[in-house]
Write a protein that binds this ligand. Structure first.
Ligand SMILES: [Zn+2]
Length: 319
């Protein structure tokens, strides 16, 4: 403790009571947006992922590592999403880290097994039967697209569940402002419900049109809006795809009647252009599932979701 001298003005002596709003750090801008909506005018979380950066592979700057050390609360998706943050959190002594994938009521899904047109029988163990010998190059990445899919914020139902969890955690850390956190969370849930019904209406006419994406991030979005994702260039952890996987995917474009291919904000668009070269698959707008190309702040989550809805419906409904 710093010694207090008589010359310190009175308002500084009362500072601890005024500093009751917790210091909050978040992993990706989508989570930062949800937390910012709950904190409202009381404060703003720090988002670790820099503008334009890839959410799966990131290097913390020293100032960010320090922010993590002094945080009261850390809200993050979980180790499957950001292994770099998992490692960083192991070195943090104080504060509370809340893994949102573990929040009660979160809808979780597993990554789809690759090549699902053989999987019409929908056997969950299909991935285990998938022969590694015919896809030697892919074997190294096989584990990254099996198991828990961490892109769970793309299900607006999860965002609503997490708003409640975020409000509860903030209220526990800062009981004086509990009513404000609860009211802000409630208002944010209502905004998301409205957004959800609008995106639902927007995507309904194109829900059965197959499309391919740059990385396997859209399972929750596709499940929620009953969309047909026919394949992904890169696997769940956004690792570089193998040649065998690309050849398979190119064959699938024709077999599945794929309508659109969507590049991604943090990926090289050339790969997607090459994939569809010589086919009649349309190139859609770049998608940004983590939101790192958008303006950070409370409005980001809704912008991210609406941008996805608009990009997908625009390309799939074009004549
Ligand atoms: Zn991802």
């Amino acid at each position: 403790m710093r010694p207090i001298t008589l010359s310190v003005p009175f308002f500084l002596l009362t500072a601890p009571a005024m500093a009751a709003v917790p210091q909050v750090v978040t992993d990706i801008p989508a989570v930062g947006s949800l937390v910012a909506q709950v904190m409202g005018d009381l404060g703003a979380p720090e988002v670790l992922l820099d503008q334009g950066a890839n959410a799966h592979n990131y290097q913390l700057r020293p100032s960010q590592a320090r922010a993590l050390q002094s945080a009261d609360l850390v809200f993050w998706i979980g180790p499957e999403m950001t292994p770099w943050l998992d490692r960083a959190l192991q070195g943090v002594a104080g504060g509370t880290a809340i893994e949102l994938l573990e929040a009660a009521g979160t809808h979780k899904r597993a990554f789809d097994a690759p090549h699902d047109h053989e999987a019409e029988d929908e056997h969950a163990d299909h991935a285990d039967e998938h022969g590694a010998e015919e896809h030697g190059e892919e074997e190294a990445h096989a584990h990254s697209h099996e198991g828990l899919d961490p892109h769970a914020w793309l299900d607006p139902g999860n965002a609503q569940v997490w708003l409640t969890a975020i409000g509860d955690q903030l209220a526990a850390a800062d009981p004086e402002n509990a009513a404000t956190y609860a009211a802000n969370a409630e208002a944010a849930r209502a905004r998301i419900a409205q957004m959800d019904s609008e995106i639902s209406a927007q995507l309904q006419p194109v829900h059965d049109k197959p499309f391919v994406v740059a990385h396997a991030a859209y399972g929750y979005f596709a499940d929620h809006y009953a969309l047909h994702v026919a394949g992904a260039v890169a696997l769940g952890d956004a690792a570089a795809p193998g040649a065998a996987h690309l050849a398979d995917l190119r064959a699938d474009l024709q077999a599945d009647g794929v309508v659109c291919a969507f590049p991604e904000a943090q990926h090289d668009p050339k790969q997607m252009a090459l994939l569809i070269e010589g086919t009649n698959v349309r190139l859609g707008a770049a998608l940004d599932p983590s939101g790192s190309s958008l303006a950070y702040g409370p409005g980001l989550y809704e912008a991210l979701m609406r941008d996805l809805g608009t990009a997908i419906s625009t390309c799939l409904s074009a004549e």
